[in-house]
Design a protein around this ligand. Structure first.
Ligand code: 3HC
Length: 312
């Protein structure tokens, strides 16, 4: 083959299931793929705060408010672990944020959909966090040490997020007819966008083959999407809600459900920047960055003053 001796040794380490650590040799493509994927993941965590933060002031009870507040704070923490993991690959957080703000880096398609009412917060926890965990459980075994360790921590918190979402859905679905209708409406709107979170179908996934050879990804997009559908259908049934897919049917042979693919043209449109909330999300992130400039300047000034006092 065309591998250099270094590349061959690297691939053998991957084959043995060894973790790759920051200061160790790695192929440039491996580093770039990690920066892209972990960076995109970090951006998703902090952009993902926006649709939920939108409901903190309007949560129906004090208890729900406290829970949602904790969850949204967790997402900020996840962003921080992940930005730290990317920084070990030689890119600063400022550079990453600049690439997010200029549109050079992506974040998850799902956060470009609006949260219109309280049932949507239930659906986001149940479906969006449910899809996120389905993807992240396998990433705990990813070959890059810092990413893998961040994922272990994140998955624990993510399971709590999924449970709180399902708990909201139970309250709504078992509530009065108007509440049940809201729960159904939220499921109907979030179903296909949640399926899109796993990325394009395997035949259109440009990065999967190489990322799996490097064990950056452990499962393909379609494998995880199938597992998510299989896990979610009984949960919807328990709630007495209907998944908006006429083709949804148990397939005995494959031991899983057959289901309709999402509208992939909508997906590609959303990741190209044209989803319902892309501009709103980016404006909010850029404004937060600009509004925080005085604080970052203050921190730097303080650090310089302290350092010069120490030198004197
Ligand atoms: N949203 C936006 N872009 C997406 C996407 C999605 N749901 N799915 C795929 N893409 C993009 C890819 O980034 C790639 O574009 P690029 O070359 O410009 O980067 C293109 O579509 C082709 O897709 P591939 O399948 O080839 O890309 P990947 O191999 O990177 O697979 C992935 C996509 C499965 C999303 C993978 O990157 C991944 O597992 N990422 C880590 C998990 C992650 O980012 N999760 C965010 C979800 S939500 C979250 O974490 C917050 C939670 O707390 C609620």
């Amino acid at each position: 083959d065309e591998m250099t001796p270094e590349e061959r040794e690297f691939q053998e380490r991957i084959g043995r299931g060894e973790k790759i650590e920051p200061k160790e040799w790695m192929p440039e493509g491996y580093r770039k793929t990690l920066i892209r994927q972990i960076g995109q993941h970090a951006h998703s965590e902090i952009v993902g705060q926006l649709p939920e933060g939108n409901w903190i002031t309007r949560a129906p009870t004090l208890e729900r408010k406290a829970i949602l507040l904790a969850k949204v704070q967790d997402e900020a923490g996840h962003g921080l672990y992940l930005y730290s993991a990317v920084e070990t690959l030689g890119v600063s957080r400022d550079e990453l944020l600049a690439m997010l703000h200029s549109g050079k880096m992506k974040y998850s398609s799902i956060f470009n959909y609006p949260t219109l009412n309280w049932a949507d917060i239930g659906a986001v926890g149940w479906l969006v966090d449910g899809a996120a965990i389905m993807n992240q459980v396998q990433l705990q075994k990813t070959s890059y040490g810092p990413y893998s360790r961040a994922m272990i921590r994140i998955c624990k918190e993510e399971s709590f997020h999924q449970r709180q979402g399902y708990d909201i859905m139970m309250k709504m679905a078992f509530g009065n007819p108007a509440q049940k209708a809201m729960a159904q409406d939220a499921l109907s709107r979030f179903w296909y966008p949640s399926l899109m979170m796993f990325g394009p179908s395997d035949k259109d996934s440009v990065h999967s083959a190489q990322s799996m050879a490097w064990k950056i990804k452990i499962n393909t997009n379609d494998e995880l999407r199938q597992k998510f559908v299989d896990q979610t259908v009984p949960q919807a049934k328990y709630l007495g809600l209907t998944i908006p897919d006429e083709n949804l049917k148990w397939n005995e042979d494959k031991g899983g459900y057959d289901f309709s693919e999402p509208d992939w043209s909508e997906f590609f449109d959303v990741i190209a920047g044209n989803g319902p909330c892309n501009r709103e999300r980016m404006n909010a992130r850029v404004k937060a960055w600009e509004d925080g400039a005085w604080f970052r300047d203050g921190l730097v000034a303080h650090a310089e003053k302290t350092a010069s006092r120490r030198a004197a």
